[in-house]
Structures are given as structure tokens and as C-alpha cells.
Design a protein around this ligand. Structure first.
Ligand code: ASP
Length: 632
């Protein structure tokens, strides 16, 4: 029954036919999304990446085609040849863009069959195709405002489990939503290439088999066959190479680079991902901000959104104290963290007194109209806050009657005082956390997002970009009680902090926490879409930073000797940034699942279920690589 394509050629895609094609003889090819049998009439929804067209096969007019159509099952690949006819006004398929017409097939060619699918591709395909074309903005006729007005979040409703879909990724990828995402991704990358080229940047590929470049994750390592016992690392980013490009005088570098990081996966992380990687010589941070703002303006225009520039700027200290996050979602109005510490300076309430005595703080956020929150929601939020390290979540409700979990401990007047300091109005609620400042920030920051999400306070189709600047140079890790670079070890301290760095390295370790870096992130809608820094271009300062990170001179030489040498040959001041392609796509689509914007993603446990990787290798391969698997 399977026939050859021979010299048949497609004349149109399945999303193309309209009224003006009526009367034309066309050849469409695609997959049978659905077949409906009404005795002498068989209807086929024929799908390709362009959309869906209804094919009608009439037993009387085309008996052969009709007989074949009866054999066709879902996902068979067919060609339908016939005439475009107009459908009656009242029987139009309003859900299909091609719904005004259908193809009266005179010939059906079965190009391939298909096993029954292990899962249904998509519950309501027709509906979906129509909406996607809008979101994607591919249709030149649909106006920009129409596209923005009707955003469509990828919904997983009615879909099979993700693991099953990942195993059969080639089937899942037939879903119009994923195809639209991948096409948008293509257009984003294309736009990046155009934009960077217009500004004189050169796309330079850097190697994937390298020596470790620390970005804070574990490396994926690759054993060398020809150098027994030696290993390459896959790049966590092209960081050192792009800096070396500047030392080489290449001046303006960019790359859509593949990066590999072996770290605990979260919803927005994958072991391998792509980033736009940028470096330039003699830049001020201002030039980098302008470059990246211009780029995001162009990228967001692809979905019909206008970003306003310049993006507002906040220092790290400011966002942490106001929003409790270094990637605040500025679409959320208000609900900023309010410091209640001084209002409690005299308190005898032991939990708060001890926190304050230990240099901690007490802060709260006001939930507009939150006084009606149930006990149950408050308990849930309490559990939620605990996940971020909060010991407890206190609350005040300014309902018809004042109520508060702190009433007994602090008394009526103090509770009213605190609500006032927090800026709460009648009808609001205040949620309060006490503790070390990082825990207070993390838990209230997360609560701010969570409550906004639950209460639907986040407007859709709004994009709120910002810069976060002046990140700390170092972060203290409690587990091994040492400082790590907050960005990476090649990030320059603020000029005015270099002297402090020297003092810190020479014994005044309490200064480490105060050092600020020339580092910056771009955040849009609570997602860190780019991050970078002005680099250290002086060998002496670079050595100081390695020392600050606990590296002896020998270790620094063993790991980065080539780079320290390179810095000694006329390194220009330089700096750059990198922007995650997947993260950016997640904001554009929008989706919270990074796997929606990649063709072949891995699971949260870093496996590829389709190709079944990672897998074992032949003992012979291990032998060639001089490796032995240790007994568990
Ligand atoms: N290499 C950094 C990263 O991958 C970006 C940069 O500093 O340019 O996050």
C-alpha cells in the first residue's frame, strides 16, 4: 500500500490555502492528524509545519482515493491532490486558518504508514494551530497588537507524561507548540547574528575540548586516548577564550556558544545549553548596557513587544533590600520588603530580640487585600517560607478586626505600629520574617513572587527589564567555609575597591564581604537573561583574586598559568556579557519549562531518554582510554 513519491511536488503548505486559491489544483503533503468517516465522505485533517487543511474524499467522485482514505490512520504520511473548493459560510472551520476552504481530493498517495502512537500528540490540535500562528507572529496579515493581545502559554493540559514524550521526542516535536518555539528560537538567533554583525562583532568559534573554565559548576570531563591519564573539560562557557581573543586584538567577539555544566538541574537549567557570548575591548559598562538593551529591543520586536530603554538600573544591594532577590520581577507592583527592625529595637520578645542582637533583621511585606487570607493559605505560605530557610512566618491581618500571630507576644499597640511601619492599609495583611539578612531576603523575595503568582497579580504580555549592577565580588560558602567568586574569578573589582581587596588578601578577611564587582545582570520578568562583567586586565590584580579564592601561586599557575602569561603581553581593558538563549526564549514564549525551547533536552536527572544516554561503553573503549570503573 505504501507508494513512491515519484516526481510529485508539493504546491502549497497545509497552512497556506485561502479563498483566493479556490479552483486551483494543488498537491499537499503531510501527516494525517485526524480522519473522520461519514460513509461516502471521508475527511482528513492534513498537518504539516504550516498548519492544517481539511481534505475531503468523495466516494462517488474519486472512488480509488476514497478506498485508500479509508485505510489511512493517524500519523500516516500522505499526499493529497485535488481542487481547492470554498466551504459554505456556515460550515467554515473557524478554528482553522485554512477553514474557508478544503481540498476535494482526486488522488491520495500513501507515502508511509505509522504505528499507533504511544500517546496522543495534542488534545485540541485545531485550536492550537490557530493560536500559535498568532503568537509566533509569522502571519504577515495579523497585526502586531492582535498578536500581543492573545498570548498563549504552552499548556501541558491533556498531554502525556513528559518522560514518555521525551522518549519519543520526534513525535512530541510534531506538536505545533514545540515547532513554533523552535522557529522562534531560529529567528532569535538570526536576529542576534544580524545585530552583532551590524555592530562590527566577529563570530569566532572557540574549542569544546579545553581545560576547566570555572563558572561555579562541575565540569564534564573527557578522557584523552592519546595522553593516558589526562582529561579535557567541556567549557562551562568560553570565558577564558573570549578574553584571549581580546588579548589577540580581535576587539569585538561574539559567539552562539554551547556550554556544559554538571550541576543540579532546575526548571531553567540543562546540562548543555546555548548562550550568546560577547566580549569587547576598551568598553565602559555603559557601552555594554547600550549594546545589550538594543539587542533585546530587537529580539522582543520579533514577538511584537516594545521594550523601553534605557532599562532601569539597581545595585545588587538595592534589589536585595527592596525585593529580596537579585532577579526581581518588576511586573509585580509594590509588595516590597519593609524593614521593621528599628521598630522592634526595644523588644523583649526573645526570638526577635536575639535575631537583632546577632545582627539579623526583621522584615515584612504587605499583601494588598490580604486580610481575607485563610488560616490554611497562611499555613501553606509558612511552609513555603521555611523552604527558603525562614524559621517562622508571622502575620498581621488588618481586617474588620485586627488579628495577628504576634498579638500575644507583642501586644495590640506594637502590632498596629508594625503594620503602620510596613505601610499596610485597612484590608491588607503583613507577612513577617526574622533572621539573618540573606534568609530574610530569600524567603520574603520568594513569597513576593509566590503570592503574586497565586493571586494572579502578574500581568501577562508585559515585559519588565532591568539591570542589576555592583554585585559582591565574593560569596561565603558555609559548607567549606571559604569565599567563592560570585560571578567568576576574572571579574574586576570596582576601582575604588582594589585597595580593599589587597588588604583583605593580606589578612583583613572581614573585608571580603564588602568588595563589589564590576558585574551586571540583565533581568526580564524575574528571569536572569544575561550576565557579565568588566574583566581584570592586570596580572597583579588577577593574582590577588586567585589568592583571595584560596589558590596558592603554584595552584594558580598549574590551572591558569597560560592565562596569567597571556595577561602579561599587553592586555587591553575588556569586558563582556553572555545571554542564555533558552532563558530568553522562556520569557518570549513564555514557558517555565526549559525543555519547551530546545529540540533535544535532557531530563532533570541529566538523561536523554530518546537515545538512552548516558550509557555504558564497550570495555575495549575503556581500555583504550586507560580507564577502569571503580567497584561501587
Ligand atoms: N562567562 C559568563 C557566563 O557564562 C558570562 C560573562 O562573564 O561574560 O555566565
Amino acid at each position: 500500500m505504501i507508494e513512491n513519491l515519484n516526481n510529485r511536488e508539493r504546491t502549497h503548505s497545509c497552512g497556506e490555502l485561502r479563498k483566493e486559491h479556490v479552483g486551483q489544483r494543488v498537491t499537499l503533503m503531510g501527516w494525517c492528524a485526524r480522519r473522520r468517516d461519514f460513509g461516502p465522505l471521508t475527511f482528513i485533517d492534513l498537518r504539516d509545519r504550516g498548519g492544517i487543511t481539511q481534505i475531503v474524499v468523495n466516494q462517488e467522485k474519486a472512488p480509488n482515493a476514497h478506498a485508500k482514505a479509508k485505510e489511512i490512520r493517524n500519523e500516516y504520511v500522505i499526499a493529497a491532490i485535488g481542487e481547492v473548493v470554498l466551504r459554505d459560510e456556515d460550515s467554515r472551520n473557524r478554528n482553522l486558518e485554512t477553514g474557508e476552504v478544503e481540498v476535494q481530493a482526486t488522488e491520495i498517495v500513501v507515502l508511509n504508514d505509522s504505528r499507533p502512537l504511544p500517546f496522543q500528540l495534542e488534545p485540541d490540535l485545531r485550536e492550537r494551530v490557530r493560536d500559535l500562528r498568532r503568537v509566533e507572529g509569522e502571519d504577515p496579515d495579523s497585526s502586531v497588537s492582535e498578536r500581543i493581545r492573545e498570548p498563549r502559554k504552552p499548556s501541558t493540559q491533556g498531554l502525556a507524561s513528559e518522560d514518555l514524550r521525551l522518549k519519543y521526542r520526534y513525535l512530541d516535536l510534531r506538536r505545533p507548540q514545540l515547532q513554533a518555539n523552535l522557529r522562534l528560537r531560529h529567528r532569535v538567533v538570526l536576529e542576534i547574528n544580524r545585530y552583532m554583525d551590524e555592530r562590527g562583532f566577529t563570530h569566532i568559534e572557540t574549542p569544546n575540548l579545553i581545560k576547566s573554565t570555572p563558572e561555579g559548576a562541575r565540569d564534564y570531563i573527557v578522557p584523552s586516548r592519546v595522553q593516558p591519564g589526562k582529561f579535557f573539560a567541556l567549557p562551562q562557557s568560553p570565558q577564558i577564550f573570549k578574553q584571549i581573543c581580546m588579548i589577540a586584538g580581535l576587539d569585538k567577539y561574539y559567539q552562539i556558544a554551547r556550554c556544559f555544566r554538571d550541576e543540579d538541574l532546575r526548571a531553567d537549567r540543562q546540562p548543555e545549553f546555548s548562550q550568546l557570548d560577547v566580549e569587547m575591548s576598551f568598553p565602559t559598562p555603559e557601552q555594554i548596557y547600550k549594546l545589550i538593551e538594543g539587542l533585546f529591543v530587537r529580539i522582543f520586536q520579533l514577538i511584537g513587544a516594545e521594550l523601553q530603554t534605557p532599562f532601569p538600573r539597581f545595585t545588587f544591594a538595592e534589589v536585595m533590600s527592596r525585593f529580596g532577590s537579585d532577579k526581581p520581577d518588576l511586573r509585580i507592583e509594590g509588595m516590597e520588603l519593609q524593614d521593621l527592625s528599628s521598630a522592634l529595637a526595644e523588644t523583649t520578645f526573645a526570638p526577635y530580640a536575639s535575631v537583632l542582637a546577632a545582627g539579623g533583621e526583621v522584615k515584612g511585606i504587605v499583601i494588598p487585600d490580604g486580610a481575607t487570607m485563610s488560616r490554611k493559605s497562611l499555613d501553606e505560605l509558612q511552609e513555603f517560607a521555611k523552604r527558603y530557610g525562614a524559621g517562622a512566618l508571622a502575620w498581621i491581618k488588618l481586617g474588620d478586626e485586627l488579628s495577628s500571630s504576634l498579638m500575644k507576644a507583642l501586644g495590640n499597640d506594637k502590632v498596629i505600629d508594625l503594620a503602620g511601619v510596613a505601610g499596610a492599609q485597612k484590608g491588607d495583611a503583613v507577612l513577617i520574617v526574622a533572621g539573618k539578612s540573606d534568609i530574610v531576603a530569600a524567603s520574603l523575595g520568594a513569597l513576593r513572587n509566590e503570592i503574586a503568582r497565586r493571586e494572579k497579580l502578574i500581568p501577562e504580555s508585559v515585559f519588565a527589564p532591568l539591570w542589576v549592577t555592583e554585585f559582591p565580588m565574593f560569596q561565603f560558602h558555609e559548607d567549606d567555609r571559604r569565599y567563592y567568586s560570585m560571578h567568576h574569578p576574572f571579574t574586576s573589582p570596582l576601582d575604588e575597591d582594589v585597595a580593599l581587596l589587597e588588604r583583605a588578601v593580606n589578612g583583613e578577611t572581614e573585608l571580603f564581604g564588602q568588595l563589589r564587582a564590576k558585574a551586571y545582570d540583565t533581568v526580564i520578568n524575574g528571569v536572569e537573561v544575561a550576565g557579565g562583567s568588566i574583566r581584570i586586565h592586570r596580572r597583579d590584580v588577577q593574582s590577588l583574586v586567585f589568592k583571595a579564592l584560596g589558590m596558592t601561586e603554584e595552584t594558580a599557575r598549574a590551572r591558569f598559568g597560560f592565562f596569567l602569561d597571556a595577561l602579561a603581553y599587553g592586555t587591553p581593558p575588556h569586558g563582556g556579557i553572555a545571554s542564555g538563549i533558552e532563558r530568553t526564549l522562556m520569557v518570549l514564549v513564555p514557558t517555565e519549562n526549559i525543555r519547551d525551547v530546545m529540540a533535544f533536552p535532557k531530563t532533570a536527572s541529566a538523561q536523554d531518554l530518546m537515545i538512552d544516554a548516558p550509557g555504558e561503553v564497550d570495555p575495549k573503549q575503556l581500555e583504550e582510554l586507560h580507564l577502569r570503573i571503580a567497584e561501587a
